[in-house]
Write a protein that binds this ligand. Structure first.
Ligand code: AMP
Ligand code: MN
Ligand code: MN
Ligand code: MN
Length: 272
């Protein structure tokens, strides 16, 4: 069975490896088809060179949006990176990310936390700032014991540092992907903790504006979770995708490591 990983991150967003390190690690772990899907950026692809043997790379991105007040992620796969659509989309989302990072900083400071924005930017390698970079800063300041606690107390959904409604809306996000010749994929559907009815409504809206696939496998999932997502995929006539959502190596997370792709689901990578 082919090893396929269509969702991963590098230092260009909130991952821990450079694009070339990620590619090398993917090869070591036997990945045959890889997509680097950094948050709201395709900068990783400018840093790739000497790509020869064994590994097919599918140009991708993970866009942030919101739907009915919930932060939702849409992966775009098989993109034409030279298209005006993707350039426009990235430019707008990167601006939103900059504006958002200022707001997050202001909110945390107002809440009494001594946040240093220059330091947060440094942690983000002067690239796009995300909440994980704020989280790391709060850890180094000794305000929380780890990143998970930083999210739980300050940055997670509904907390002071969670700035909502700052991204382009779902129809715009899907249009950028489709206009760039790509396929729009709903990322990690179970992470939103929606009821099945609400998730089905999200998928209906997503499909209406051109969405064609969803991740039926995101990292390690149990059998019943995969089965339930496959049923939803079949009901909605969607293609299935899979990815590790790799950010950094740990005993629980590795590039290419995820639950097996089900055999009763149409793979997006065979149906671009
Ligand atoms: P942002 O792109 O700024 O909205 O940050 C979202 C990212 O934060 C996700 O892609 C994850 O990498 C990370 N993240 C979200 N929730 C948590 C959490 N509870 N603990 C650790 N990291 C998280
Ligand atoms: Mn992330
Ligand atoms: Mn995501
Ligand atoms: Mn991701």
């Amino acid at each position: 069975m082919q090893k396929i990983d269509l969702h991963s991150h590098t230092l260009v967003s909130d991952g821990s490896l450079s694009p070339m390190q990620l590619v090398a690690r993917a090869k070591e772990h036997g990945v045959e088809i890889l997509s680097i899907t950094d948050h709201d950026s395709v900068g990783a692809y400018e840093q790739l060179n000497c790509l020869d043997d064994g590994l097919t790379i599918i140009p991708g991105i993970e866009f942030s949006t919101q739907w009915r007040g919930v932060g939702v992620h849409i992966v775009g796969l098989n993109l034409d990176l030279s298209s005006e659509a993707i350039k426009q989309g990235v430019a707008e989302q990167e601006q939103s990310r900059r504006d958002r990072s200022v707001l997050i900083g202001q909110r945390l400071i107002k809440a009494g936390l001594p946040v240093d924005m220059a330091r947060v930017s440094e942690i983000a390698n002067h690239s796009n700032i995300g909440r994980p970079h704020f989280a790391q800063h709060l850890v180094e300041l000794g305000l929380v014991k780890n990143v998970a606690t930083a999210f739980k107390k300050y940055l997670g959904s509904g907390k002071v540092g969670d700035v909502k409604q700052c991204w382009a809306e779902l129809p715009q996000i899907v249009s950028w992907i489709v206009d760039a010749g790509g396929v729009a994929v709903l990322a990690h559907p179970l992470k939103y903790k929606m009821t099945r009815t609400k998730l089905a409504a999200l998928l209906d809206d997503f499909i209406l504006v051109g969405g064609r696939a969803m991740e039926v496998v995101s990292g390690q999932q149990c059998k019943t979770e995969v089965e339930s997502l496959v049923r939803l995929c079949q009901q909605k006539d969607l293609l299935g995708s899979c990815g590790s959502d790799f950010h950094q190596s740990s005993p629980w997370s590795e590039i290419g490591a995820m639950t097996a792709f089900p055999d009763n689901c149409l793979p997006v990578w065979e149906n671009w």
